[in-house]
Ligand binder design. Structure first.
Ligand SMILES: [Zn+2]
Length: 413
């Protein structure tokens, strides 16, 4: 059941030593950062949807005039739009870029694994050659892979490059469905075959407790200084510190989770199915209240953003389904589910019993299948997976379902 040949996507992160002067490389990185900032500044107040075409029309020629190459320009406005989208979806402020980091398209660099050198094409036709500082054995396996883009960074006097490699996925048709249920305290993902067999189940904790702790601190401080907290520097600083911890914890988690999910989906050739958070708001379900009680939707948006981003990087399909009823309808008969112990649900009509989160993944899977089953995809079963025998709703490896597994230990709270 896990015999699928893994198709992997991997980044090679190494230190890079410029041969000769690196003035031009630093100049490029500063110019790149400032260009991303300019684009962010200009699109920040635009409310309409910005297509790639439109971005191209708005910025391409300006960026070319600054000396960038065609693919530099594309990376710059794609980067700027992503930054803006994520800042806005979190209700955050306009991003201010400080770090020196640039994403470079595969057309703008040459990689030579024999001599372990990398040549970057910079602005105004400058080039810089970098030596990769890593044992040769480490890069050996990438010879048969194809590289796509890379990220070059300058941090405290050291250059780093992350070169992204992929091994081409043979079949583009998804062979399994990965249903993801996001909750207050955990994320549940389950992979189903088209005939409804579950081949993988994972529950991962979210860092919500840590985030809550910082949130409670902020609320306490604000309560103690109800009118003046904005104006006393020390108080404001303390609040900002907790805010920054919240940002770091949540971004860090979202990135790791997105990466883990996309890697797993790649390995199982899955289409990734998420609940549509916008619809969730409309439905105004109980789950929504739980979301908003303290954590807010921003955290889930952030997680979804990272899942979609990482999946996109790997050419995986992401589909969103309406979350209506995913945790209240029986996947077997459609009857109403009621609480039956801690996070366990039971159907009033047919007696189905299942773990709340696992049941949600079955329903998410079913919603996807009912909409997307096509002729040609062999054996798409119209019926639900068999309800689970044991009340916790776990099939297969129970340990895996209950804990984060060792190498994917995302978060411990
Ligand atoms: Zn039922």
């Amino acid at each position: 059941m896990r015999g699928e040949e893994p198709a992997v996507n991997e980044a090679l992160k190494v230190r890079a030593l410029p041969e000769g002067s690196y003035d031009k490389l630093l100049e490029f990185l500063r110019l790149y950062r400032d260009a991303v900032q300019i684009v962010v500044d200009r699109i920040w107040s635009i409310d309409e949807k910005l297509s790639w075409k439109k971005l191209h029309r708005l910025f391409y020629s300006d960026l070319m005039r600054l000396g960038f190459r065609a693919h530099h320009a594309k990376e710059i406005y794609v980067n700027a739009k992503n930054l803006m989208d994520s800042a806005k979806s979190n209700g955050g402020r306009k991003p201010v870029l400080r770090k020196l980091s640039a994403r470079i398209d595969k057309y703008d660099y040459k990689l030579d694994l024999d001599s372990m050198t990398l040549t970057l094409k910079l602005h105004n036709n400058y080039e810089v050659k970098l030596r990769l500082v890593t044992p040769k054995e480490r890069v050996e396996k990438f010879r048969s892979w194809s590289n796509y883009e890379l990220v070059v960074k300058y941090d405290e006097g050291v250059f780093w490059v992350s070169i992204y490699f992929k091994r081409i996925v043979k079949s583009l048709n998804p062979r399994t469905v990965m249903a993801i249920d996001l909750n207050f305290g955990n994320v549940t993902l389950a992979i189903y075959t088209p005939d409804g067999r579950r081949v993988r189940l994972k529950k991962l904790k979210t860092p919500h407790k840590k985030i809550l702790t910082h949130k409670i601190w902020i609320e306490k401080i604000q309560k103690r200084y109800p009118k003046s907290w904005r104006f006393i520097k020390g108080v404001r600083k303390a609040i900002e510190k907790h805010g920054e911890r919240i940002r770091n914890i949540s971004w860090d988690y979202a990135h790791k989770l997105g990466d883990l999910i996309a890697e797993l989906a790649l390995r199982y050739h899955s289409v990734v199915v998420l609940e549509d958070l916008e619809k969730l708001k409309e439905n105004n379900k109980k789950k929504d209240k739980e979301f908003n009680k303290r954590l807010g939707l921003w955290f889930y948006r952030r997680i979804q953003f990272c899942i979609e981003y990482e999946a996109g990087e790997r050419d995986l399909e992401v589909v969103k389904v309406n979350p209506r009823g995913t945790s209240s309808k029986c996947p077997r008969c459609g009857g109403k589910l009621v609480e039956y112990g801690y996070r366990v649900l039971r159907c009033m009509k047919c007696g189905f019993v299942g773990d709340r989160d696992v049941t949600a993944t079955i329903n998410i899977y079913k919603k996807y299948i009912s909409k997307h089953s096509r002729c040609g995809v062999s054996g798409v079963a119209p019926n639900a997976p068999k309800p689970d025998e044991n009340p916790s709703g776990m099939q297969g490896n129970r340990d895996e379902a209950m804990t984060t597994s060792n190498h994917m230990n995302l978060y411990e709270s």
